[in-house]
Design a binder for this molecule. Sequence first.
Ligand code: PLP
Length: 397
Amino acid sequence: MENVEIKKLTEKFGTPLYAYSKESIVKEYRSFAHALKGIGGRIHYAVKANANVELLKILKREGCSFDVDSEGEMRAATKAGARGKDIIFTGPGKSSEELAFAIQKGCRYIAVESLQEAALIKKLARTLLKKIDVSIRVNPDIRFKTHAYIATGEKKHKFGVSPQNALRIFEFIKQSKYVRLVGINAHIGCQIENPDTRKLLAARLISIALTLNAKGAAIQYIDLGGGFPYDYRHQKTFDAKKYFEPTARLFKRYPQFTLVIEPGRRIVAGAGILLAKVLYTKENYGNHFTVIDAAMNDLIRPALYGATHRIVPLQATSRPKQLTSVVGPICESADFFANRISLPLMKPGEFLAVLDTGAYGFIMSSNYGLRRKPAEILVDQNKYRLIRKRQTYEQAL
Ligand code: PLP
C-alpha cells in the first residue's frame, strides 16, 4: 500500500487489522471536486461510510464538508475540525436530544423527514431561541438496479416524504421565525451506476423546489445524496466528470440552485484493506476451507449484502491454486468472506488481505462473539501510524 510493505503492518500490529491509503482517499475526493468545479456544487462526505476522525481530517483539509446521520457522527466531524456550516444532518429518526444538539451547534441544514419531525424542530428552535435552516427529504419514487437493502427511494421505503407532504411541511414551517426552508434533498440508495438516474433524480428535486419556491419558499440547495458506484469486481471504472455531465447540463439551466452531493463509499471503499491471518485449512467432503482470524464482526458486508470482496495472499508463492471458501471463526455459516474462490494453497500463519473494505467496514464492526474491534492504520507514502487502537477486552465486554 503506497510505499509500505503490508506484511510489516501485520507483524507490528497483529490481525485482524484495517489499513487505509491516504493517497487513495485524496484522489477520490479530488475527482469529485474536479467534476463539480464547473457547476460549483458542494461535497458533503457521508460520515457513515467510515467515521475514523483521522480520515475525516484528511478530507477536511481537502476542503470537504460532511453529511452526518447521528449525534455521534456530528461529534466525529466536529472533532475533525468541521464547523456548523460544514455539516448537514440527515437520517429518518433523529431523536429530540440529537436535534437539540444540532440546532445548538448550527448546521448548513437539517433534513426533515416527516411533519412530526418538522414540528419538533420548530418547537426546539423556539425554545432554544436559535435559528436553524432545514431541507425536506423527499421520496421521489425512483427505482434502479441495486441490492434491496441499499435501495431507499421508492414509495415502499421509510425515507423522506411525498412531494405533497413536502408542501404541507413547507406550509407548516413558513411562518416560523426560527426555521427556514433552504433545501430539497434525497438519497435514493447506493451503487447508482447510470448517470441518467442521477439526472432524473435532479430533475424531480428541481421540479419540487420550483413548485415550493413559487409558493414563497427560498430553496437554494438541491441535494442528490450519495450512492456513487464502486465496482468491487474492478470491471468498471468510474469517471466522476463523465458521470455528472447530464446532471451538470441540467443545473446550468437553473443557476439559482446549488448542487449538493453526499458521497460515502466511492471516497473510501478502495482506500481500505482488512488484513487477516490464516488459522487453519481443511477439507470437508471435497469442500476446501481457509479459516482466518477475521470474522463477520469485523466485516459484515458479505453476510449482510452477499458482498464480494477480492482476497489476495500477502506472500508470493508458486503453490498451485485451488477453490477454497475463506471463512471466519464464529459459529455461523454467515461468517464468511468468500465462497469457493481460487487462491494458492495457504498455510496456517500466513496472511491475506480482503480488498476494498474502506467503506462500511470497520464502522459496521461489532463485538459479536465478544470479539474485540480491530485496530486501524493510516498509510501515507512510506509512513504509517495507528489511528485507532484495537479494543481491549474491558472495552468489549
Ligand atoms: N447520504 C445518505 C442520507 C445516506 O443514507 C447514505 C448511505 O446510506 C449516503 C449519503 C452515502 O451513500 P454512499 O456511501 O453509497 O455514497
